[in-house]
Design a protein around this ligand. Structure first.
Ligand SMILES: *Cc1c(COP(=O)(O)O)cnc(C)c1O
Length: 396
């Protein structure tokens, strides 16, 4: 019998042998700082729900109300039957939040990157991409057909070298970078990259997936954090991390967004975001904006509380661990030597009721424990994590 599919089992065995095998974990109950994992209550240091909005009653109620008004699905692509007042309101709210002329909402952040990059550049063009960029940026670059050059992580000199050597041989040029790097937690050198884009007649797309709702005086992201608002940047991000919903967006000039509505295949040929997800994201942006406007009441400002939690844990880990990777975000990583060590520590932590994932190659070059801090973590929960890490890492 012919076995054209036999290679799949062989490939799976190879994945197992390399300790790269992964499978989804079953989480029960409502999203939050404590979740049910395999029937046990654990403190959640694994999610991207930085502000704890995914389980917020206000987001839930707005999703229910929108579902009752419009139904569960948006029933078609945005250009045919999938466009509602809610989508328009959300795009306006994102543009206002980001202080750009306009914004376009995609059905996920991944689709936003695929669609935007493939629309902006093609065969005659050049892409420069940070070596640690998210999978959606890399795959968008490949899909575009442009010449793709990776540069060393956050290395501005390397970007300059490649531009000096290659910019002239191409029509358009696009520089791609995460702002907060998703698996490390460090921050890109945005102002320097913008200067280079300017000098070498290039576009710059910054992926604010982990920075939206987290960085900047009003929580709009790294562009605001670096004081680069108003400079020519293509800002993309997701509604699925700090905003607690689902979907992605690109924000920028009116003509950029208009162009994407006519050329981004992953927007034109996919179903519009569901009414429930759209309404939840809109409510999240309103909550973050209200937090900014009521700065006198610090106890209810989620971003303020998030950063208090981050700073406390980061200080504690900095004092005791030399393997803490550089971070300027709620993503704190402790590097370990081997994938098996990472798995062992993660499982020891789980025994203590702490959910901290081991991130291993091929996702990252070196194995690590990746801790994500939330605004809704209690200080006792952070203390519990720190004490357990000390015991596991530092006991002889
Ligand atoms: C999560 C993530 C995305 C994809 O966003 P989704 O909305 O989850 O598809 C894109 N870029 C980065 C850096 C991310 O971390």
């Amino acid at each position: 019998m012919s076995d054209s599919y036999g290679w799949i089992d062989e490939a799976l065995s190879a994945i197992h042998r390399a300790n790269w095998y992964r499978s989804p974990k079953l989480i029960a109950g409502r999203a939050g700082a404590v979740v049910q994992l395999d029937g046990r209550s654990v403190i959640n240091f694994a999610s991207n729900d930085y502000l704890g909005l995914a389980g917020d009653e206000r987001l839930i109620q707005s999703a229910i109300a929108a579902t009752q008004e419009y139904g569960t699905g948006s029933t078609g692509s945005r250009l045919i039957t999938g466009h509602r007042q809610l989508h328009q309101d959300l795009e306006r709210a994102i543009a206002q939040f980001k202080q750009t002329e306009d914004a376009i909402v995609f059905s996920s952040g991944y689709l936003a990157n695929l669609g935007a990059i493939a629309a902006l550049v093609g065969k005659r063009d050049l892409i420069l991409s940070d070596q640690y960029n998210h999978s959606s940026l890399r795959n968008g670059a490949i899909l575009s057909g442009a010449t793709l050059r990776d540069y060393a992580h956050c290395n501005v000199e390397n970007v300059r070298e490649i531009l000096q050597q290659q910019r002239d041989r191409h029509r358009r040029c696009l520089i791609l970078t995460d702002s907060i790097f998703s698996m490390d937690g460090d921050l890109c050198p945005l102002p320097q990259l913008l200067d280079l884009a300017d000098e070498f007649d290039s576009m710059l797309l910054v992926d604010e997936a982990h920075a939206t709702g987290v960085l900047g005086a009003s929580g709009s992201g790294s562009v605001e954090h670096f004081g680069c608002t108003g400079r020519p940047i293509i800002q993309m991000g997701t509604l699925s991390k700090a905003l607690g919903s689902l979907g992605g967006y690109v924000a920028g000039s009116a003509s950029l967004i208009d162009f994407l509505r006519n050329r981004a295949a992953s927007w034109i040929y996919t179903t519009g975001l569901s009414p429930g997800d759209t309404a939840a994201a809109l409510t999240a942006i309103r909550i973050i904006t209200e937090d900014r406007d009521s700065q006198s009441d610090r106890s209810t400002n989620r971003r303020e509380t998030l950063w208090q939690n981050v700073n406390w844990l980061k200080q504690n880990l900095t004092d005791h661990f030399s393997t803490l990777l550089p971070s300027e975000s709620p993503i704190l990583c402790l590097q370990v030597d081997r994938p098996t060590t990472a798995l062992q520590i993660s499982s020891d932590l789980l025994q203590q009721g702490l959910f901290v994932p081991a991130i291993r190659p091929p996702t990252v070059p070196t194995s690590r424990l990746r801790i994500t801090v939330m605004a809704t973590h209690q200080s006792t929960q952070l203390e519990h994590l720190a004490a357990s890490l000390h015991r596991i890492f530092l006991s002889p």
